[in-house]
Design a binder for this molecule. Sequence first.
Ligand code: F3S
Length: 282
Amino acid sequence: MQIERARELGLCFGVRRALAMVQDAARQYGTLQTLGPIAHNRVLLAELEAHGIRSVDSIDRLAGPTVAVSAHGVGSDVTTTLRERGFTIIDTTCPNVASAQRIAAKMAEEGLTIVIFGDSRHSEVRGLLGWAGEGALATLDAASLAQSLTVSAPTRVGIIAQTTQRVEDFVSFLQQACASLVDRSREIRVVNTLCDATRRRQAAAAELARTVDAMVVIGGRASANTRRLVETCAAIVETYHIETAEELDAARFLGKKRVGLTAGASTPDSSIESVEARLGRL
Ligand code: F3S
């Protein structure tokens, strides 16, 4: 069986940058706490724990004096609370996410009601909402957007996207959202906040998926960008989403001549290597 990697896969520059920052800090301070997981991958988090870097899920449980904010970023209210409580903050927010936060804050300041195309439960989106001012909302469903806006009836709307959404999904959301908002809005401003690293990984995965008998996508089940890769590949070819090499089911690959490999932006190199090695032994 031939195994081929997508031409772009695995850790993106934002997660690599965050990892370098927390590892530096842990070396300096001995141990380090992060507010929420630094990225959504349990293998990566286990590797960090081995270096004294632990995730804590609420501000009240932080021991201090130093805390790292994850690559997904947090709302301005969270940063303010951390400062008021005297924490030194290591801010690993990805520059792409920080840019989306600034765009949301600027449009909100200008009086626009912000709509975020994204999963309202995802930490990046919760953080973006914290910059997006009053009346902001996050949704994946343009139909529910129309209902929500009936309540507040804004006349000026600013639309951005969670950075890891797929281009085609954002375009389809925008078409429906604009159609339902055009009657009641003087202005509909769209800023493309999609992450280029994610877009390139999705394009590379789709390109490879068209040439193989099956795709294996490696990454955390809670990782939004990994799930988008799975959706992209599954629309083209038989696709398996796994977090670790142990989850590979040999029976699924019987008779397959070419298998493609891709991985989410928070999947450590070690996971990709071990999956590739196990596939090679099948
Ligand atoms: Fe940043 Fe994109 Fe990675 S938003 S954390 S470079 S997936």
